[in-house]
Write a protein that binds this ligand. Structure first.
Ligand SMILES: [Fe+2]
Ligand SMILES: [Fe+2]
Length: 248
């Protein structure tokens, strides 16, 4: 099963339109089974941005597109528009995987929150499907901080509860956006993968627009970082590259 994770498009007047168009072409050529877009589709949550963003999303050729909202989409009462322009899907299931999405954005706040009820729903949903399928959580805000991204106040407030659920339910993969920096943490059997920004100018630590290609097998998950219009590399090489950089 081939999944593409796009994130943080930040469609606005000043975003990198050429990068988004190139990424859409590349993703369509990959013909993925699922595309997950982990939030910040727009930059300010305003109507014109939503209209423009929807026209780009409509260019993606994939039957299963899962849209998540980000803190930027919720600005300026954009949370009302998100539901009008996109149909948020809580769970995607096929014979190989189950993907549960978390809504972490809150109106007019940059930090994220999952909340007791949503976390309980997550636990019940994911523990109910112990049938060998790969379990994936998708969320906008990052679950664990990422190096080189400075002060980390814009977090998911109850990250500890979500992490506990992920470990208890035997989740294989968490997909996050928000930080505009590709990264990966491996905690035992749990992989937490972060996508960079597909088409925003605001990059951190990794100064290229990118997205993630996730190849889900029964016994392993391969994640590739794809630079828009450029090279591919295993996402875990980003961690090694940083170590080399830091060690000089
Ligand atoms: Fe963002
Ligand atoms: Fe964000």
């Amino acid at each position: 099963m081939l999944l593409v994770q796009l994130s943080d498009l930040h469609v606005s007047n000043g975003f990198r339109r050429d990068m988004l168009e190139q990424a859409i072409d590349e993703v369509n050529n990959l013909a993925p089974d699922i595309i997950v877009i982990t939030g910040d589709i727009t930059d300010n949550g305003i109507l014109q941005e939503y209209e423009k963003a929807r026209s780009y999303i409509n260019m993606l050729r994939c039957r299963n597109i899962i849209m998540l909202s980000g803190n930027h989409d919720y600005r300026n009462t954009g949370y009302l528009l998100f539901k009008r322009f996109f149909t948020p899907k809580q769970v995607y299931e096929d014979d190989q995987c189950i993907i549960a999405t978390l809504s972490t954005a809150r109106p007019d706040r940059d930090e994220g929150e999952v909340g007791y009820r949503q976390n309980l729903w997550l636990l019940n949903t994911l523990t109910a499907s112990n049938d060998g399928r790969v379990k994936i959580i998708a969320m906008h805000h990052h679950l664990i901080p990422i190096p080189d991204t400075g002060s980390d106040r814009i977090i998911v407030l109850d990250a500890g509860d979500v992490l506990q659920t992920a470990l208890e339910a035997g989740v294989n993969l968490v997909l996050c956006g928000h930080k505009h920096r590709p990264w990966i943490w491996q905690l035992g059997n749990l992989t937490i993968a972060y996508a960079g920004t597909t088409s925003s100018e605001r990059m951190r630590g990794f100064f290229k627009n990118s997205y993630n290609i996730v190849d889900v097998h029964k016994d392993r998950i391969d994640i590739t970082l794809k630079v828009v219009g450029g090279e591919s590399m295993p996402l875990k090489d980003i961690v090694k590259a940083r170590e080399v950089m830091v060690e000089g």
